[in-house]
Design a binder for this molecule. Sequence first.
Ligand code: 15L
Length: 273
Amino acid sequence: MSDHASEATVPDRPVLLTGASGALGRVLARELGAAGWALRLTDIAPFPDALPAKASFEVADLVDRAAIERLADGCRAILHLGGVSVEKPFEEIIGPNIQGLYNVYEAARLAGARVVFASSNHTIGFHARSTTIDPDSPFRPDGYYGASKVWGEMMARLYWHKHGVESVIVRIGSSFPEPVDARMLATWLSYADLVRLCERAVLAPQVGCCVVWGASNNSRMTWWEGDARDLIGWTPLDSSDSFEAKVGDKTSGDPVVEAHQGGAYVKIGWTRA
Ligand code: 15L
């Protein structure tokens, strides 16, 4: 029997899911809702799907601290997927991803809630694909979006050391229905593995402040190691390997893009000679 086998499968308090109307938020709302979780869903955009049985939805902006604190009140955890999720001009990122992270962590502190933070591989995107890194390797953000995720990871550490707010930082690779190019044969995280990872991140008894790489069991994933998956009791069950023939030769043709883990993001706004 695993160490986690006797745990409950449903949290004893509601879970706040930010970014609920985004692609990954909708998957999590559907699957965690179907598993009987009480969910408070929020997003700046309307929720496009039918609400699961024990879910409510409220439009809120991450920069509205009072709204985020009210939504988090009484929650066991905040699954924080909200904010800008791709590279954008800095002015568009600063509100949701910088101020918003402060609001989320203040709300977590006041509620006594754990945060599951959807971070990104773009925090380390300038590491070479030929190297293997672990969570303590230096940050090498590949844009303003990646740098904002570094800020989020720093808030996680600050609130753990100063306030005892727990965080599972999930450095998501590429979570899509299926991999669409050769890079994603390494970075792909299936939706089912994402859901299982978020379940474990909420339900695991004690997590402190830890990092888990968000990639499925892909043979090409030789870039990342040494995370906290055993601590939370998560093992990826899916693999990109069966997509090798379909997308294995789909590359950008750009040597800089292909040399770095962050892929195309490293060349956005690039001005080096
Ligand atoms: C991310 O962080 C983005 O949210 C997603 O849209 C993809 O670009 C992904 O990284 C990736 O690197 O493939």
